[in-house]
Design a protein around this ligand. Structure first.
Ligand code: NAP
Length: 273
């Protein structure tokens, strides 16, 4: 980031130095251009909540790096951002089930070379796995869910840290779930992986808060109208659920400099869910 951009970011952060409550985050009214000058990576950016988060971050001025495993879906998001006049995004194809740590380090190098900065990461990609008692849980599926939802999330965070540490006010947002905060029978590896993500955010916060400007938080979107939710609750009427667009205030808030004093939180966007 240039000195001028750094200065501008610090100015904005100083004027926005308050500590926001979870209600403030949920009800955030994003100012126009609040993410201008920021480069934000979104995992699972091709579908569901990640797709809408990527479009929304671009709408508020960010350069968005679209990471996911299905290039055709990422290309559609890319075209939509370009078509609406957003900053030119980038497509980063990566299957988090199989990507190696070395490939993630190469990605960090590539982002550094092409963009010179990384200000935010939304760890959104995830899979549901099976909804079944632990006593019967397929061990291969268990390992896959834990890897995509938790281990790869850790690997990618660590690989991107060198660049993130240079950001004036870097924000890493992990995605949890109500069953991550309160484990529930039959939610198996999904619940355990989300518990791991909440713990990861907490530990990263403790380990970095005195030495970097980075902040780590978890977001729990609550029941949201996506394919994953439809798989988890096949009998539910999706029209009773909020759309991803309706929960974006919190997603923007945690990336904007208005939340620089929000650290180590698990923010439930639909607390009664
Ligand atoms: N929807 C809800 O009600 C709800 C509630 C609580 C928490 N969440 C969490 O919110 C996040 C988004 O969920 P969603 O409902 O939007 O789910 P979704 O519609 O199923 O989207 C999941 C996204 O993750 C990507 N993904 C899955 N496996 C991947 C892999 N191996 N490598 C790279 N990307 C991968 C998918 O890519 P493809 O499209 O290419 O498969 C897709 O873009 C998840 O972390 C989920 O646990 C959702």
């Amino acid at each position: 980031m240039s000195d001028n951009a750094n200065q501008a970011a610090s100015q904005s952060a100083k004027s926005a130095g308050q500590v926001l409550s979870h209600d403030d985050i949920r009800n955030y009214a994003p100012p126009e251009g609040c993410l201008e000058g920021k480069t934000i990576l979104v995992t699972g950016a091709g579908a569901g909540i990640g797709r809408v988060a990527a479009l929304t971050y671009a709408r508020y001025g960010a350069t968005v790096l679209l990471l996911g495993r299905t290039s055709s879906k990422l290309e559609e998001v890319y075209d939509e951002i370009e078509g609406s006049g957003g900053q030119q995004p980038a497509i980063l194809p990566m299957d988090l089930e199989h990507a190696t740590y070395g490939e993630m380090q190469q990605l960090e190098n590539l982002i550094n070379k092409e963009f010179g900065q990384l200000d935010g990461v939304l760890h959104n990609a995830g899979i549901l796995g099976d909804l079944t008692p632990l006593a019967m849980y397929d061990v291969t599926t268990f390992a896959k869910v834990m890897h995509i939802n938790a281990t790869a999330t850790f690997m990618l965070t660590q690989a991107l840290l060198p660049l993130l540490k240079d950001a004036a006010h870097g924000s890493i947002v992990f995605t949890s779930s109500s069953v991550g905060t309160h484990p529930r029978a039959f939610w198996g590896a999904y619940a355990l992986s989300k518990q791991a993500v909440e713990g990861m955010s907490d530990i990263f916060t403790q380990e970095t808060q005195n030495t970097t400007n980075l902040r780590f938080n978890c977001i729990n979107p609550g029941g949201t109208r996506t394919n994953m939710r439809a798989h988890a609750y096949p009998g539910e009427n999706p029209m009773t659920l909020k759309t991803p667009e309706e929960i974006m205030a919190g997603y923007v808030c945690l990336m904007s400099d208005d939340s620089i004093n929000v650290r180590g939180q698990v923010v439930a966007l639909q607390p009664k869910d």
